[in-house]
Design a protein around this ligand. Structure first.
Ligand SMILES: [Fe+2]
Length: 386
């Protein structure tokens, strides 16, 4: 069996990496760029700082700051109009996963025919679009290094997952200093998303020798740093560790895969607009417990790397400790339960739960899980997480 490993050709890591944006835009041959971000980044002054750096490098900037928390095909269409009006040549994505995914979606549409929904799925983007420079401000989705974008389809009320090497950013500027003001709840949500990326990459049926060491490194960094970053927001070492974990988690899952947690999480986001990291976090312990029997040795290694079990513990003991440890991790990070975040009562939730299970299965991600579930088992897992 062969494995493919794709990452951006340039990744710059460390405090101050975002200041390279002008140099990197020039390297991409751009004289005019579209800056894709959200209103929060404008209000915080960060979009202005990146704009200033670009202008100092002699690059004209068109601002598109209308990215919504779950970017949709409409956001992509509006961003494409701004790109065309500004006669832009490259795209700078600044923000969390939503802004970076929207930047990738706009890039696709600079070189391919509408509508974007036809490119959902695996390897369906015919042409590479305008170059993307990705600057994450959370740790994180890892979206700066992945060939994946999630865009909401407003007609069908589903989240489209697109995976293609033509979606890969050209450059990732991974600057932990941009995460220092990330509030604790967001730090926790996106931090668990990172952990899910690394764990799913490691237990996936598509795990491979290139992704395994990166995934385990990310898992170790998260267990060492996430609680610290949550409890001590000013802890630079913890923030730096989490930013590295986010980058590694992204590199791992994009070249292995995500699995059942992500498959079940997307319908929660599409129907109830729960942030991606949070919808993953509420599902993670129950889905882990369900999946262990398909890859007990790998889950046992994860338990040992996270310090929940020792080298001497048998795999079964380590796996039980992992489930217990992940539940406690959620509690320590003040992650609520599924029933607390969807904003509807259980009876209303149950009216749509079978559609959610089927949408989750249709995304393809559950097929990579160590245990491939039936729709009925997915319904049961939603109920367990409730
Ligand atoms: Fe994710």
């Amino acid at each position: 069996m062969t494995s493919v490993f794709n990452v951006p050709s340039t990744i710059i890591v460390g405090g101050g990496a975002s200041e390279e944006v002008g140099t990197q835009a020039k390297r991409c041959g751009a004289r005019r760029v579209l800056l894709v971000t959200d209103p929060y980044m404008v209000n915080s002054g960060l979009a202005g700082r990146i704009t200033d750096i670009l202008k100092q490098a002699g690059i004209a900037v068109t601002l598109f700051a209308d990215v919504e928390p779950d970017p949709t095909d409409r956001n992509v269409a509006d961003g494409l109009s701004a790109f065309q009006e500004g006669d832009c040549e490259a795209i700078v994505g600044l923000g969390g996963g939503s802004s970076l995914d929207c930047a990738k979606g706009i890039s696709i549409m600079t070189a391919n025919e509408m509508p974007i929904s036809q490119y959902a799925g695996l390897h369906k983007v015919p042409h590479k679009g305008a170059p993307v420079i990705a600057i994450p401000t959370t740790a994180g989705t890892g979206a700066e290094v992945t060939k994946v974008a999630i865009i909401g389809d407003t007609e069908r009320d589903v989240k489209m997952m697109m995976l293609d090497v033509n979606i890969l950013p050209d450059c990732a500027l991974v600057d932990y200093q941009l995460t220092m003001s990330c509030p604790p709840d967001l730090t926790a949500n996106v931090g668990i998303d990172t952990l899910v990326h690394a764990v799913e990459a490691y237990v996936s049926v598509k795990a491979n020798p290139l992704t395994d060491p990166i995934a385990l490194s990310a898992i170790r960094l998260i267990s060492e740093n996430l609680l610290k970053a949550f409890n001590e927001p000013d802890n630079q070492n913890a923030r730096e560790g989490m930013m590295m974990a986010s980058l590694q988690g992204g590199m791992a899952f994009a070249n292995s895969s995500v699995c059942l947690v992500h498959g079940m999480s997307r319908p929660i986001g599409a129907l109830y607009h729960v942030p991606h990291g949070l919808s993953n976090a509420v599902l993670f312990p129950a889905v882990t417990e369900f999946s262990i029997s398909g890859a007990p040795q790998r889950y046992a290694i994860i338990a040992r790397v996270m310090g929940y079990a020792s080298e001497n513990d048998p795999d079964g003991v380590a796996c039980s400790a992992l489930v217990k440890g992940l539940k406690k991790f959620n509690e320590d990070l003040k992650i609520p339960h599924l029933g607390d975040v969807v904003g509807v009562d259980r009876a209303t939730f149950d009216q749509k739960v079978e559609k959610m299970a089927n949408d989750g299965l249709a995304s393809g991600s559950p097929n990579n899980n160590p245990v491939v579930p039936t729709a009925a088992q997915i319904v049961d897992l939603y109920h367990q997480a409730w």
